[in-house]
Ligand binder design. Structure first.
Ligand SMILES: Cc1cc2nc3c(=O)[nH]c(=O)nc-3n(C[C@H](O)[C@H](O)[C@H](O)COP(=O)(O)OP(=O)(O)OC[C@H]3O[C@@H](n4cnc5c(N)ncnc54)[C@H](O)[C@@H]3O)c2cc1C
Ligand SMILES: *[C@@H]1O[C@H](CO)[C@@H](O)[C@H](O)[C@H]1NC(C)=O
Ligand SMILES: *[C@@H]1O[C@H](CO)[C@@H](O)[C@H](O)[C@H]1NC(C)=O
Ligand SMILES: *[C@@H]1O[C@H](CO)[C@@H](O)[C@H](O)[C@H]1NC(C)=O
Length: 623
């Protein structure tokens, strides 16, 4: 039963993605009704050899789709958008399927190098690092949660010398992109109406959500809008959802403008390098691969790199922009010696715990999600399949490691899942986390299937990590995935803070609100940690290193900072230091990771980047 289901799903998505390369048009038929009239199939365009464009955007991901839309608002700017992947499909639209998309060809399939203190035991200390390879990029693979972070996160960016990036200066861009659908937030001065990106709640709320709210109140937390005045508090997740379906940046920003004459989108186009004149240091074009042919296009004004934290850093280094010592090791001539690949930051979460309740109607696990009833509700935009990545509650709080942060700034997040790893009868979550069947049966096998279905999860997320990683090339060949060293828990406080997060979860679970369902933790110890006393501090530290996974919030490999900052790759106007005509706009420019999920910040960055570009070229209209 389990494998039949998993294999069928994988075949369906693979088929939809593969067919999309051969018969681009047909995959659109996988898209469901009713369709928003603004949505629709993005036509594929193959540029001619040496064809010229004003702007060439690399990567139609979360940021790239926003830029393509905003730059083509200028009618006389001819824009080319290059994307390695193809179209979204019916399955990637279903919010609760999010974890499963990482197993399909919509994922680039990057892995970390073996880690010392994370992802232990599961698969040779290697952490999966999914990234979207599709129009919409990682906004198609992600868990849909829309979260911006704390105002001081951005004031910190400004304090690092990044003029124009303080909270009051970037809030207008969050609002500009947003089309808030949540009634009680429509009048909030923190939210925008009439933007392209729909933000909504899942239309399904489980009784567990009420318990979560009550538990928060019992512990003295307010039930709030964490994108509003106060971040700390308990809340229902806001998500990039349109009528119960995923609202990727492609659906939001690209599809409504797909017929603009000055916008060309070339799909299945893998960029190999940016062409930079070695004497003038000006970026003038892009080499890419499409249909087994190497191709070249020319940029009259700018090349804009939006290939994401991994892609942008890799392409830059392959183009000769990066740390000189590392590039010469790889046999690449250095055109600009910049610290590309350093400053890699990410959020990890401890995701192995399951909490058992005494009523199966409270949780959403495989069997509920796979039922025909749920499928029927989904087609009407409702039901459990609309839960964003399975998350039904968010909480932001402070641990004792937040002492260096001003009041009101959180360093810990809790994400409550409607189901848990224990309820993963079909094996999808297991595959995402990299948990082996052996591990699963050892930990959860003692529970009858009926009990495994009435479990949920509550995962602490380390949102102010102190550890920093690095990304390097493996070779000068684009096909070789880069070497990624996230260094999770390298700083000992990170492990301790996350352990405090586990304790906070225990507090929430022991409230009256959760005890109404006789909620208890499943207390079989994780393999490799049996020698510690269950629930001791040492036990949790061991368990955290054993099963923590990334929330896929990698940022920072092309750090933004002012001229003179030797750790910076791009300026506060997002121009690559020492190179002309080359800008970066995506998660890679983030100097310090916000205490938040990263999609909303990336969309904001792209909105601001578009305005910076418009202003710069209005001032210098000749090229
Ligand atoms: C599984 C998962 C879950 C997540 N959950 C959440 C969440 O719930 N909430 C949240 O806010 N954030 C979440 N995130 C993080 C968030 O989605 C990312 O931070 C954000 O989408 C990154 O945007 P980006 O524009 O930097 O990169 P991307 O969106 O990844 O875009 C990069 C694009 O460039 C393309 N590209 C790369 N290299 C090349 C090349 N050489 N040639 C051509 N094209 C190329 C890629 O195919 C891709 O389309 C999640 C991410 C993942 C993967
Ligand atoms: C929002 O404000 C308008 C005008 O002030 C008012 O008519 C409307 O009822 C308000 N809506 C909500 C949900 O508060
Ligand atoms: C790059 O790597 C791919 C896959 O490993 C290989 O097929 C290709 O020949 C390599 N290219 C070069 C120029 O070595
Ligand atoms: C669940 O447990 C609570 C508290 O022990 C009890 O009051 C309630 O009746 C139980 N519900 C079910 C369905 O067993």
């Amino acid at each position: 039963m389990r494998w039949v289901f998993v294999i069928t799903l994988i075949l369906c998505v693979s088929y939809a993605s593969e067919v999309s390369q051969i018969f681009d048009f047909w995959t659109n038929l996988f898209r469901p009704v009713p369709r928003n009239p603004k949505e629709g199939f993005v036509p594929d365009y193959t540029p001619k050899y040496l064809e010229q464009f004003d702007f060439i955007i690399i990567g139609a991901g979360s940021a790239g789709c926003v830029l393509a839309n905003r730059l083509t608002e200028e009618h006389d700017w001819k824009v080319l958008l290059l994307e390695a992947g193809g179209n979204e499909n019916f399955f990637s639209d279903v919010p609760i399927f999010a974890p499963f998309l990482s197993l399909t060809p919509l994922n680039w399939g990057y892995n970390s190098e073996p880690e010392q203190k994370a992802c232990r035991d599961l698969r040779g200390n290697v952490c999966f690092m999914p990234r979207g390879k599709v129009l919409g990029g990682s906004s198609v693979l992600n868990f849909l949660i829309y979260q911006r972070g704390h105002p001081e996160d951005y004031n910190d960016w400004a304090r690092m010398g990044n003029e124009g990036w303080s909270y009051s200066e970037i809030l207008p861009y969050f609002k500009k992109s947003e089309n808030i659908q949540i009634n009680e937030l429509k009048n909030s001065s923190y939210h925008g109406r009439g933007g392209y990106l729909d933000i909504d709640y899942a239309s399904y709320s489980s009784p567990l959500q009420t318990a979560f709210k009550d538990a928060g109140e019992e512990l003295g937390f307010e039930w709030n809008d964490p994108n509003g005045e106060n971040v700390i508090g308990f809340s229902k997740p806001q998500a990039t959802i349109r009528k119960g379906r995923r609202c990727s940046t492609s659906k939001a920003f690209l599809e409504p403008v797909r017929f603009r004459q000055n916008l060309k989108v070339s799909k299945y186009s893998t960029v190999l390098k940016i062409l930079i004149d070695p004497y003038t240091k000006k970026a003038y074009g892009v080499d890419f691969f499409k249909g087994n042919k190497r191709r070249r296009v020319i940029a009259r004004r700018e090349v804009i790199l939006s290939a994401g934290t991994i892609g942008s850093a890799q392409i830059l280094m392959l183009s000769g922009v990066g740390p000189a010592d590392h590039l010469s090791e790889m046999g690449i001539k250095t055109l600009a010696d910049l610290p590309v690949g350093y400053n890699l930051q990410d959020h990890v979460t401890f995701s192995g715990n399951a909490f058992i309740v005494n009523d199966s109607k409270l949780c959403v696990n495989d069997l509920t999600a796979a039922s025909p009833l749920a499928a029927a509700a989904y087609l009407a935009g409702r039901g459990p399949l609309t839960i964003p990545g399975g998350a039904t509650g968010l909480a932001f709080a402070r641990t004792s490691y937040a002492a260096d942060l001003s009041e009101g700034r959180p360093d810990m997040e809790l994400v409550m899942g409607a189901g848990s790893l224990a309820g993963d009868l079909l094996g999808i979550l297991r595959s995402l986390l990299g948990v082996t069947d052996k591990w699963y049966w050892k930990v959860y096998g003692s529970l009858p299937p009926e009990v495994r279905q009435r479990t949920f999860s509550m995962n602490p997320v380390l949102i102010r990590p102190r550890s920093v990683g690095r990304l390097m090339l493996r070779s000068a060949n684009f096909s070789d995935h880069p070497r990624i060293h996230p260094n999770y828990f390298h700083h000992p406080d990170d492990l301790r803070a996350l352990r405090e997060g586990v304790r906070l979860v225990e507090k929430v679970i022991s409230t009256k609100a959760f005890q109404r369902f006789a909620t208890r933790i499943h207390n079989v110890p994780f393999p490799g940690c049996e020698h510690y006393k269950f629930d001791s501090d040492d036990y949790w530290e061991c368990a955290i290193m054993q099963t923590s996974i990334t929330l896929d919030h990698q940022v920072g490999t092309c750090k933004m900072g002012p001229a003179g900052d030797r750790t910076a790759v791009v300026s506060p106007r997002l121009l690559v230091h020492g190179v002309q005509g080359l800008r970066i706009a995506d998660a890679s420019i983030i100097p310090r990771i916000p205490a938040s999920h990263t999609l909303a910040p990336v969309v904001m960055i792209a909105e601001k980047a578009a305005d910076l570009i418009k202003k710069d070229w209005a001032r210098y209209p000749f090229y």
